[in-house]
Ligand binder design. Structure first.
Ligand SMILES: [Zn+2]
Ligand SMILES: [Zn+2]
Length: 141
């Protein structure tokens, strides 16, 4: 696993170090997307990052080629979560959840997520255009 690959990206006119969390994921991908709230805070649990790497691997092996996973939504501060109509105890506010998409249909992503230990024991939610994954308590929808 590569670490400490620090680059700079531009966030609301401020240079923030781009921190590599794992082989394929960077901290800024998980930043809160709300406006006028937490200024793009991006706490994210290591268990979730590990799960995402395993998920990406499972997906790629199912498809038979390297398949990138796009983070639609990662951390949400309480304010942004409320704006988004998220449930109060959303794992997104605990830095334990992501919504992801890829070039692969979500039903296939769902099946692959079931093969990843931390998500099988956590939350997996199917939406029309994205998959919710979290490392909280076991739930399916
Ligand atoms: Zn926020
Ligand atoms: Zn979600």
């Amino acid at each position: 696993m590569q670490k400490a690959n620090v680059r700079l990206y531009l966030k609301e006119g401020v240079n923030v170090p781009r921190e590599q969390m794992s082989e394929h994921f960077y901290r800024d991908e998980f930043a809160c997307k709300g406006e006028h709230c937490c200024n793009g805070s991006a706490p994210i649990s290591e268990k979730l990052i590990d799960g995402l790497e395993s998920f990406r691997k499972a997906l790629s092996s199912y498809v038979g080629e390297d398949t990138p996973v796009h983070i639609n939504s990662g951390f949400r501060c309480k304010k942004h979560n409320t704006e988004e109509g998220g449930e109060d105890e959303s794992e997104h506010t605990n830095a334990n959840a992501v919504d992801v998409s890829s070039d692969v249909p979500v039903v296939i992503m769902y099946e692959c997520a079931l093969n990843v230990d931390v998500f099988r024991g956590g939350g997996i939610g199917l939406y029309s255009n994205r998959l919710h994954l979290d490392v909280g308590r076991k739930r399916r929808w």
